[in-house]
Write a protein that binds this ligand. Structure first.
Ligand code: LM2
Ligand code: CA
Length: 473
């Protein structure tokens, strides 16, 4: 018996890295997780675990006051910038930022600044009375675009930049981000978010804001503020147009990962040119799914937990971008949100989660970020930081990838076992297969022989991962 955690602690002591001072993290080893719809108290409680597991940052759902209603997406219809929502109060938000910070976990929060609501009128979650184009103390009619390019002012043609940026996305009243008063109001909202201690913001619907106007909105934020732009490439609008002022999600990444599992052919993953169309790694956030792609089925989802687990492992094994993992709840209905009997978002219970289940029922929190293989792959990511991809292996359902002398990852998504004989750069020795070893390495040893060859019969639908941090001799 040799629990992995103990081994890792031992390794730390042996290498003398016991000081509080951590080595500087590269962008690619800065690991985040989107805790979609997790309430503030639950995130606060999770940060100790996240820190131990090697996570660095959390992306939250939007914190501002929203329209009332049951669906999860009410949070994407702001009615004021009070930090009061079904996810928690302002005090709870601040307390989360503080206690996560105490554990070294940074909070990135979702800033919905392109638009307000799509409702003709109503009373918000915190009591704000509003109409679609009047939000007391913030905006009135003249602060919104009136694009007059389409019959109902909504975006129809994604090839027309003016339409995408000044008409209404899904009928959501679109802020006139060229107007000084609007810019000032958005600046003060972002400042308010930053004042809570968050490390940065996700700019929701960034593509729908003209990049130079967004740059003005962001220009006074402290230098170190992390900005993450959501720009799904389409027509003339590309994420590259936004990376002067922040990072951007590379949406080709999850699409490619999904395509391998759809086709049962993963060999092209080992194709170096696959990345040539991606954003430069240092500008990118890499991910296998988010709350939108999980719902529109353009990426992996909780419905295939084993595939989701594989996809997460590939994401962590490859050195591309700052990886953002995803953890949320099961659903049958697109709109469904897990609500408790007080009308608040329910609290996840992730204790005892170590592996994916066969299936989940609506409302169940999946806790993907706690799966043991995922946590072990976070360590793989850190152990292989800065290493090139080498010694690739491709063969239909087979994708093998070395990270120089620091690690090797191999996956077989085919339906037959595969006798691998792969040259690596790893020093000879007995390694622990961290993808499969949950409690200890005893039955999960993999040998690299004297010629640095990995000889291993990998069963169908299996992945293995070895790295230099867990080497027996
Ligand atoms: C985003 N990124 O740019 C979010 O990631 C995405 O989740 C948001 O849409 C979107 N932009 C706007 O902030 C979500 C959700 C939509 C939902 C909107 C507004 O994906 O389904 O739209 O929030 O709450 C809903 C209804 C839709 C209706 C709209 C307006 O689903 O059918 O459109 O409200 O009433 C008529
Ligand atoms: Ca807009």
């Amino acid at each position: 018996m040799r629990p992995i955690a103990i081994f890792a602690a031992l390794l730390l002591t042996l290498t003398g890295c016991t000081q509080a001072q951590d080595p500087p993290k590269s962008h690619e080893s800065n690991i985040g997780v989107q805790l979609f719809m997790w309430n503030w108290n639950s995130i606060a409680a999770e940060c100790e675990f996240l820190a131990q597991a090697g996570y660095d940052w959390v992306l939250t759902s939007p914190p501002q006051e929203h329209i009332t209603g049951d669906p999860w997406w009410v949070h994407y219809q702001p009615v004021s910038y009070e930090l009061q929502s079904r996810l928690g109060t302002e005090a709870q938000f601040k307390e989360m930022v503080q206690s996560c910070g105490d554990h070294g976990i940074e909070i990135i929060t979702d800033a919905v600044i392109n638009h307000m609501s799509a409702q003709d009128s109503g009373v918000g979650y915190f009591g704000t009375e509003f109409s679609k184009s009047v939000y007391p103390g913030l905006y009135n009619e003249s602060d919104f675009h009136n694009c007059q390019l389409t019959a109902n002012n909504q975006i129809l043609n994604y090839n027309n930049v003016l339409e995408v940026q000044s008409c209404e996305l899904l009928g959501l009243s679109d802020l006139n981000t060229s107007k000084p008063e609007v810019i000032a109001t958005l600046k003060s909202y972002l400042e308010k978010l930053l004042d809570t201690g968050v490390a940065g913001v996700r700019i929701d619907a960034a593509k729908h804001i003209y990049a130079p106007e967004l740059a003005v909105i962001l220009e006074d934020l402290p230098e170190a503020t992390v900005v993450m732009h959501e720009v799904i490439a389409g027509g003339p609008l590309q994420p590259e147009q936004y990376t002067d002022t922040g990072l951007a999600w590379e949406f080709e990444y999850p699409a490619n990962i999904k395509s391998y599992f759809d086709s049962n052919v993963i060999s092209s993953a080992a194709n170096a040119s696959r990345w040539s169309g991606y954003l430069p790694s240092t500008d990118a956030i890499s991910f296998i799914t988010n709350h939108d792609t999980e719902r529109n089925r353009s990426a992996l989802s909780f419905r295939e937990p084993k595939v989701f687990e594989f996809g997460t492992a590939i994401l962590l094994a490859e050195g591309y971008g700052s990886p953002q993992l995803y953890s949320a709840y099961a659903f049958d209905d697109y709109d469904f949100a897990p609500i408790d009997n007080r009308g608040l978002i329910s609290s996840p219970d992730c204790d005892s989660v170590v592996a994916p289940n066969a299936s989940y029922t609506q409302g169940e929190w999946i806790c993907q970020h706690r799966w043991q293989s995922t946590i072990n792959m976070i360590e793989f990511r850190k152990q292989t930081d800065g290493k090139q991809i080498t010694n690739t292996k491709k063969d239909r359902g087979i994708f093998g990838m070395g990270r120089e002398d620091a690690g090797y990852f191999l996956i077989n998504i085919g339906n037959a076992a595969y006798s691998a004989e792969i040259e690596t750069m790893l020093p000879p020795g007995v390694y622990c297969d961290v993808y499969n070893a949950v409690e200890d390495c005893d039955s999960y040893k993999i040998e690299i022989d004297d010629d640095s060859i990995l000889r291993f019969e990998i069963p169908a639908e299996t992945a293995i991962a070895i790295h230099r941090g867990l080497l027996d001799q």
